[in-house]
Design a protein around this ligand. Structure first.
Ligand code: 4NP
Length: 162
């Protein structure tokens, strides 16, 4: 172990609903396993229209009910991020396509993983759908999928930092 943290960037479209929620879900799991000094987590959006904003009020309310305080400030992903982070997690196919476009090398492209590959509890979803234009149930679904997927994702990450 060289003291350098393993860096994970979670990406969605606006960086105000899914990815800031995923960031906090994963951060809580990392803290519970005593890995906070080994793993660094951030999030970003492929679209910059909400840059600087706190997460969507609706997502903050739904997340808070489950014990997650969302305080991230939205930012747009940059080409630098593709080099800087070790793993880049996309919420859906549109995110993946945007990230593949941003990747400058095959190595950077290989960093991209799909959150859907880690969903185990809901056979109807292999991605986390955008709740922005949905009602309460869309936010609850996103959080259900993220709580499941982040457990499996962290298991995967632990194999990489061993
Ligand atoms: P997110 O949700 O990608 O989960 O943060 C969205 C937020 C904003 C928009 C779309 C999706 N928007 O078009 O403004």
């Amino acid at each position: 172990m060289d003291g350098k943290k393993y860096k994970i960037l979670i990406v969605c479209l606006g960086n105000i609903c899914r990815s800031p929620a995923a960031e906090e879900v994963l951060r809580q799991l990392v803290a519970e396993r005593g890995l906070a000094n080994r793993i660094e987590i951030d999030s970003a959006g492929t679209y910059g229209g909400h840059s600087g904003q706190l997460p969507d009020q609706r997502m903050r309310v739904h997340a808070r009910r489950r014990g997650y305080e969302l305080t991230h400030r939205a930012r747009r992903i940059t080409g630098y991020d593709m080099g800087d982070f070790d793993m880049i997690v996309a919420m859906d196919d549109a995110n993946r396509i945007d990230l593949e476009r941003l990747a400058r090398t095959p190595e950077e492209k290989r960093k991209i993983v799909m959150i859907g590959d880690y969903i185990t509890q809901n056979p109807h979803y292999d991605y986390v759908p955008d709740p922005y234009y949905e009602g309460s149930e869309g936010f609850e679904l996103a959080l259900d999928l993220l709580e499941d997927a982040c457990v499996q994702l962290l298991n995967k990450i632990m194999t990489k930092i061993k």
